[in-house]
Design a protein around this ligand. Structure first.
Ligand SMILES: CC(C)(COP(=O)(O)OP(=O)(O)OC[C@H]1O[C@@H](n2cnc3c(N)ncnc32)[C@H](O)[C@@H]1OP(=O)(O)O)[C@@H](O)C(=O)NCCC(=O)NCCS
Length: 247
């Protein structure tokens, strides 16, 4: 039996759903009810994870996606079908005739889903991990202006700034759907006042910064997260954080 959809999403709304695959005790949550809504291919993929925490994160992310999409459209969680662009970005399969866009990110038990209506979106969440090797990553990922800004900060602030830049950059390349095939060093997220990101793009991106709205997402202290959303002209968008526990 199908349920009536009960969450409204206008063309200028952006909904963010955030869930953890780890319980308050630090252990992976029970997955039985989440596995039940996965497709056979997704269950196969889940079975290939070696560590329980990685399996839990994958299952939680796919279950979050399916259950959240069913909040907007009268389709059961297990019935959603997806297709992928040539860079791997998933979208609702066109044969379902649904005008929702979404993007998923997961890191160390934290799962984040952004949903819009006919509007490109990218989200990224990363845990501030002691094992991140900054010297290598800075030169692979950051642009010259970003590195100049970083060097003006005290060394203790570098990892945090790197991760801020990283989540914005990932959110942007995921919104474009091309992931890290885009030239990361030609994209700059600068923080001229120390807090507010400003996107600067080189001509190689064939894009304009004012095509996008981007912002931090508030997450627990040891995580960094950002969202990037396409906008037409100078329209205003409404960003709402929603509670998956209410599903
Ligand atoms: C896939 C990619 C787009 C994001 O990867 P990521 O940051 O590791 O992973 P996230 O959890 O944020 O996103 C993964 C999800 O994005 C979606 N995705 C996959 N390809 C995508 C694309 N081209 N565009 C947008 N979204 C994409 C999928 O839903 C995927 O979920 P799945 O793995 O469960 O299928 C790509 O940029 C990538 O491979 N990045 C490398 C990551 C890296 O080097 N991290 C170092 C951080 S310090």
């Amino acid at each position: 039996m199908n349920r009536a959809p009960h969450v409204t999403l206008s063309r200028t709304d952006v909904h963010l759903w955030i869930a953890s695959s780890v319980g308050p005790d630090g252990e992976p949550r029970s997955l039985r009810e989440h596995e039940a809504v996965l497709s056979p291919e997704e269950r196969n993929r889940a079975d290939q994870f070696y560590f329980m925490r990685d399996r839990a994160q994958f299952v939680m992310a796919r279950s979050l996606l399916r259950r959240c999409l069913s909040q907007y459209v009268d389709i059961e969680p297990a019935q959603w079908e997806f297709e992928f662009n040539k860079y791997g970005k998933p979208a609702v399969h066109h044969r379902l005739g649904v005008d929702l866009d979404f993007n998923l990110s997961h890191s160390r038990g934290m799962c984040m889903l952004g949903v819009t209506r006919e509007r490109p979106i990218g989200v990224d969440v990363e845990k501030r991990d002691a094992r991140i090797s900054l010297p290598d990553l800075i030169h692979q990922v950051m642009s010259e202006p970003e590195i100049d800004e970083l060097r003006r900060l005290p060394a203790r602030a570098w990892k945090s700034r790197f991760l801020d830049v990283w989540v914005f950059k990932e959110a942007y390349v995921k919104a474009r759907g091309q992931g890290i095939s885009l030239p990361l060093q030609d994209i700059s997220f600068l923080f001229p006042d120390g807090r507010t990101p400003e996107l600067v793009l080189k001509p190689s991106l064939a894009d304009r910064p004012d095509n996008w709205i981007y912002d931090f997402i508030k997450v627990p202290a040891d995580f960094h997260a950002a969202v990037c959303i396409g906008r037409r002209r100078s329209e205003a968008l409404t960003l709402v954080i929603r509670e998956p526990d209410q599903l």
